[in-house]
Design a protein around this ligand. Structure first.
Ligand code: ZN
Length: 410
């Protein structure tokens, strides 16, 4: 949990420290906030009063206390503010509207043709977002902003994708500026893995966990690192590219220039390719008929479903991916020694438990410091919309998460 500070120039910081304690808890008293943050009871009381006056925090229910009378439970008022999250992926676009607690109120999903013009798509995204807000009856003044998640690498200062690996049409498209023009709200842009990690931090598996790593299994494989409650971006803003950790020397070539990267071995297209190769050899499989009918019907989702229903070749392909994910997780544990690894993205749908079991087993037996600390593993429950939900959480996080940067600047 965050600690408050009694130095000057800390107004907003302490407000956000208190807000963060309330947001991470399922009801918390003023006394507990003071204990967690190190702020005086009086400071907490003044800040809470201000947050309640602004409608951001509300009293709801009570918390038993030893001896004295029950204490009032403070909670975030979910209706205090709203955010829109948009995930642009090479093959699909997802848009969500969330409330202040990060809960999804509505969503919209669109399959895309790669030939679609990016600006036309951004315009369409803006239209859909306004429709979702209107359907949910959210007044414009309560919308904090729009978060956009895109496959990296991203140039945040320019608000664009510099070199999308799977879709050249998006190269150097000024997404942030175009989206702002069409949607009329402030826009924050980040890569899909960072966004999904911030979503987990705000309202998912990593809620109130200060140090964790995130492995994102989307169209590609990305990652993110949270250290001391803040996302760690690295000197060139490209930290956390776990998808390019080599797990199989001399394995399949990767577009990054290496061979046997996690992404080259474990992306949804790599899994599909491996299973198709087995089917082409005539191996027995419950997917055989479907493959003979039309190979494109044997896609990643069909393979994952077959794997959990004990189709041998599908299960073998998924087990192999689980082994590589475990190798990567051991490297993450050795390098970062964080509390938790969250694995999310649409790649975990159906097969998340298979991955979790294998990764957990490896983390208990392989990292050097395993006797001192075992990194936990959790599978994201945000499903297909995790990057869009994360994109919306970018907005909430930017506005309300304690950020020490401004305390250090002159
Ligand atoms: Zn690579």
């Amino acid at each position: 949990m965050f600690s408050g500070t009694n130095l000057p120039r800390i107004g907003t910081y302490n407000v956000n420290v208190v807000l963060s304690s309330i947001q991470a808890a399922e009801g918390i008293s003023r006394v507990e906030i003071a204990q967690q943050t190190g702020l005086t009871a009086q400071t907490v009381s003044v800040i809470v009063r201000r947050l309640m006056e602004n409608g951001i925090v509300q009293e709801s229910g009570s918390i038993p206390s030893s001896g004295g009378k029950p204490r009032k439970a403070l909670r975030i008022n979910p209706k205090a503010a709203y955010a829109v999250g948009i995930h642009f992926d090479p093959t699909a676009m997802s848009i969500v509207v969330v409330d202040m607690s990060g809960q999804e109120l509505d969503h919209s999903h669109h399959e895309l043709s790669p030939a679609l013009d990016p600006e036309a798509l951004i315009e369409e995204a803006a239209e859909v977002a306004h429709k979702l807000l209107a359907n949910a009856g959210i007044p414009r003044k309560r919308v904090l902003g729009v978060g956009a998640a895109c496959p990296g690498p991203i140039d945040q200062s320019q608000g664009l994708v510099t070199s999308p690996p799977r879709n050249d049409r998006w190269t150097e498209v000024p997404i942030k500026r175009l989206l702002r023009r069409h949607i009329g709200f402030d826009v924050i842009i980040d890569n899909d893995a960072n966004a999904a990690a911030i979503g987990e931090r705000w309202s998912g598996q990593a809620r109130s966990v200060p140090d964790f790593a995130y492995l994102y299994l989307g169209t590609g494989i990305g990652g993110a690192i949270f250290l001391s409650n803040n996302i760690y971006r690295g000197v060139s803003l490209n930290a956390g590219e776990f998808g390019h950790i080599v797990v199989q020397p001399n394995g399949a070539p990767c577009y990054c220039g290496n061979r046997g990267c996690l992404e080259a071995m474990c992306s949804s297209s790599a899994i599909t390719k491996n299973v198709h190769a087995e089917l082409a050899l005539g191996r027995a499989s419950t997917l055989r008929k479907l493959y003979q009918q039309d190979p494109t019907l044997v896609d990643h989702a069909a393979i994952c479903l077959a794997a959990v229903k004990h189709d041998e070749i599908s299960r073998r392909a998924i087990d192999r991916v689980a082994e590589y994910l475990a190798d990567c997780a051991v490297t993450i544990a050795n390098a970062l020694d964080v509390e938790l690894l969250v694995i999310g993205g649409r790649g975990v749908l159906q097969v998340g438990d298979i991955y979790k079991d294998k990764v957990t087993e490896s983390l208990q037996s392989r990292p050097l410091a395993r006797k001192t600390h075992t990194m936990r593993v959790a599978i994201s429950e945000m499903g297909n919309n995790c990057a869009a939900l994360g994109a919306a959480a970018l907005v909430l996080h930017a506005k309300y998460a304690p950020n020490t940067a401004h305390l250090l600047s002159a």
